[in-house]
Design a protein around this ligand. Structure first.
Ligand code: ACO
Length: 322
């Protein structure tokens, strides 16, 4: 038995922040941001709007597309690094709103790879018959942990949520998932504080925001992503020409282009949403998937390669037949 994607959905907060808007906040230019990253605008959650709010809306759209009711969901997992609160986890918050008490509901925290990690977990439950209908969400409000005075990071991030419904199938569906991490790179990309390591204003100079050594992250991202897409193809004895669509994590256009080149894919075969969404961490891959499913580019039977990379460092890939 395999799992297969029965429906997709996404939700983006209403407020759009363009590169030109950012020019008024920090010392940057639209030209610099577009040339170095490919990003043109991003969505920002309204005051009081939380990750669970975005996640619920994306989930309802995915369930509608899949033709399932909330009552049919028996497994709920959310990839997020920006939960509403430490606990209850975002999965439980969404579960309560959907009125589906009883099923497992939890979050997976793997930064930008969070959705691929969550999808991998849900796939195992569906493919082994433990779940008949799983809801997998990637949702973030990165704007809440972004330093809006730091031009090296604030131009990159945005908020949003994407979701898929997974159901059992006799044929793949999800062909394989591949997860990896290297905590040795923990100092390249991190948030310095949490419930257990709290900020000491006398000692700590870093603010409670994303810290990133962008250049170094860039190099490791290119290397590890090229490695993991090779691993995914090799594990299934597949040639790169079998891939119809690459759905990459939307962090930087130059990183995406490097992975596409490795696969010998033209950019027409790559789903790019970062110009409109920025880097939305765990939400970026499911949102890009939903965009291309709804605009008709991705069709049933297409072979998709999903990949992501983020703080941890973590990375992962998923090969699937849509
Ligand atoms: N506007 C104008 N100039 C800027 C800006 C800005 N917003 N930001 C930096 N600069 C300047 C720098 O100060 C530097 O100036 P200098 O040469 O005078 O010192 C110059 O531009 C070049 O800076 P670099 O950091 O070398 O620029 P680079 O080409 O590496 O681009 C970027 C930076 C976009 C951050 C890139 O390194 C990148 O995308 N890195 C990977 C990010 C990523 O993938 N993160 C992973 C996921 S995030 C997560 O997990 C939450």
């Amino acid at each position: 038995m395999y799992s297969t994607i029965a429906g997709t959905g996404r939700y983006l907060p209403e407020r759009v922040l363009s590169n030109h808007d950012l020019e008024k906040i920090v010392d940057t230019t639209d030209e610099w941001i577009r040339e170095r990253t490919g990003i043109e605008r991003r969505h920002i959650a309204a005051p009081g709007e939380t990750t669970a709010d975005l996640a619920e809306k994306a989930a309802r759209r995915a369930m509608e597309a899949a033709g399932v009711t909330p009552a049919e969901i028996d497994f709920l997992v959310v990839g997020t690094t920006t939960p509403d609160v430490v606990f209850p986890n975002v999965g439980c918050l969404v579960q309560e709103r959907l009125g589906i008490a009883g099923c497992a509901a939890f979050s997976v925290e793997a930064a930008c790879s969070g959705f691929i990690y969550a999808l991998s977990v849900a796939d195992r439950f569906v493919a082994t018959g433990k779940s008949r209908c799983a809801l997998v969400i990637g949702a973030e409000t990165l704007s809440r942990i972004t330093d809006w005075n730091d031009r090296t990071t604030c131009v990159l991030f945005g908020d949003g949520a994407g979701a898929v419904v997974l159901k059992p199938a006799a044929e793949p569906g999800i062909i394989s998932t591949h997860l990896a991490a290297d905590g040795g790179y923990k100092d390249l990309l991190y948030h310095p504080y949490g419930p257990s390591r709290q900020r000491d204003p006398e000692r700590d100079v870093e603010g409670p925001f994303i810290q990133m050594k962008g250049n170094e992250v860039f190099k490791v991202a290119v290397k590890t992503l090229q490695g993991i897409v090779d691993v995914a193809l090799k594990a299934n004895g597949m040639d790169q020409s079998a891939v119809n669509w690459l759905i990459p994590h939307q962090a930087n256009l130059r990183i995406i282009q490097a992975t596409a080149k490795r696969l010998g894919l033209s950019m027409e075969r790559v789903i790019c949403t970062l110009q409109d969404h920025g880097n939305t961490s765990a939400a970026s891959v499911p949102m890009a998937l939903d965009v291309a499913v709804r605009d008709g580019r991705i069709r049933r039977g297409d072979t998709l390669l999903l990949e992501a990379f983020g703080g941890g460092l973590t990375w992962g890939a998923c090969l699937l037949r849509y």
